[in-house]
Ligand binder design. Structure first.
Ligand code: CTP
Length: 404
């Protein structure tokens, strides 16, 4: 983290005085800190305080006149490795959300490609107002980061959500954002998620209990780490992550077609989808009517998408998931070899806390050289992180980096 450049924006709220502690802490951690104040912030804190702590000039306005080629809102926007706005008022959040660049702070944010972290602090009614909430949701959806305000006594005399969290909480988030791994930058990653459905007639299908949570967590993590992600999802019960290209494919056949379209350009394919192994041999064109007799539906095998990819793979790294209930290690090893995979993430879905619909899983990762890593109960987000760590550590991943 040492030596990275952070721009701290301070807007006109009572919590502006806390920006001094933040700037001082960042400098102590060895960061290069620049501060931009809005005019309203000047009523709450002086530039001299922040300048002394930051050891860099504090800016409020763009310098006027022809003073060479130094243009702060572009220069600082390029320099920034992280932008933090502490506190962020409803007014500044609204300006950022609508692209209004009428002061140095908002114009620099508009011009930066660095991640931006906003710490809202205001009266509870202003915070909870649907306008503010809509602005925050929109900014989150395009990748802005937020620190939730805390509940408590507010300077305006009311009680509610709107207090700036303690500076150590903000510092922790800053450290997390600055240390985010970007090891998948430039990689094209395909993730499949959810369960496929095989039609019986126009109203019925054969499906499974997959929620899509594991695949979505992987897609989200890959995106965070810089990958260009295509997420091909069957039936899912949770919201897909932002920032990825989402393609819906409900049947195995459709999922196969969509995966094959993007496979030639992919670097990594992670097949977390629970794909149906069988489908009705014939799909009835009309709804099957209720009768007195038993009904038999003849099933035929679906195509094994991953096995097909294993046969045609070139530079691609292939990662499969195996849901097992018996003889996990033996079955998983067989799948790894038969499907020509680089890694296989196996889980015993019969264990408590593992498998479908829950937020946790208990997995082991199998490698081509016979190595097996076993993990305790972890959240699906944690598993996504370690699966991507393992992929990034593969020698084939390194080679892809050298080629590109
Ligand atoms: N898979 C696939 N196409 C299929 C079946 C499975 O691409 N028709 C993929 C899954 O997405 C997963 C891996 O293969 O990454 C293993 O899936 P799993 O259901 O555990 O194993 P199967 O090969 O279907 O074998 P079985 O159901 O008999 O355990």
């Amino acid at each position: 983290m040492v030596g990275k450049t952070v721009i701290v924006g301070v807007t006109g709220g009572i919590a502006a005085y806390k920006a001094a502690e933040l700037v001082s802490s960042l400098v102590k951690k060895g960061l290069n800190v620049h501060v931009i104040l809005t005019k309203a912030a000047l009523d709450f804190i002086t530039p001299l305080t922040l300048e002394t702590l930051a050891k860099n000039p504090v800016l409020v306005d763009e310098p006027t006149g022809s003073q060479g080629i130094y243009v702060p809102h572009i220069d600082l926007a390029l320099k920034a490795e992280l932008f933090v706005v502490v506190p962020a008022t409803a007014n500044t959040i609204a300006k950022i959300a609508t692209g209004i660049a009428d002061n140095l702070l908002t114009s620099t944010i508009l011009a930066t490609k660095a991640p931006v972290l906003l710490a809202p602090s205001m009266n509870v009614n202003m915070y909870e107002n649907p306008i503010t909430q809509k602005n925050i949701e929109f900014l989150k959806s395009i990748g802005f980061h937020f620190i939730e305000p805390e509940e408590g006594f507010l300077a305006c005399g009311t009680v509610g959500k709107g207090r700036l969290p303690a500076i150590p909480v903000i510092l922790e988030e800053i450290e997390r954002l600055l240390c985010l791994k970007k090891d998948f930058q430039g990689k094209r990653v395909i993730v499949t998620a959810g369960g496929t459905r095989e039609a019986i007639d126009p109203v019925r299908y054969i499906g499974n209990r997959s929620s899509g949570k594991m695949g979505f967590a992987i897609a989200k993590e890959a995106y965070k780490r810089g990958a260009q992600v295509t997420l091909i999802a069957g039936n899912t019960t949770v919201e897909p992550p932002q920032g990825v290209k989402l393609i819906r494919a409900f049947s195995t056949e459709k999922m196969r077609d969509e995966v094959l379209k993007v496979f030639p350009d992919a670097d990594v394919v992670i097949k977390a989808a629970a794909v149906a192994d069988y489908k009705p041999k014939t799909v009835e064109q009309s709804k099957i009517k209720k009768g007195e007799q038993n009904l038999t539906i003849e099933l035929c095998p679906t195509v094994d998408i991953l096995k097909e990819l294993g046969k045609i793979k070139d530079k691609q790294i292939l990662v499969g998931f195996a849901a097992e209930t018996d003889q996990v290690a033996m079955n998983a090893k067989k799948k790894l070899e038969e499907k020509n995979l680089d890694l296989l993430v196996a889980n015993d879905v019969s264990k408590e806390g593992a498998g479908f619909e829950v937020d946790t899983n208990i997995v082991s990762i199998l490698y081509r050289n016979g190595q097996v890593e076993e993990f305790p109960l972890l959240t699906k987000a944690e598993i996504a992180t370690l699966v991507l760590d393992r992929i990034a550590a593969l020698p084939r991943f390194e080679c892809q980096v050298k080629e590109s």
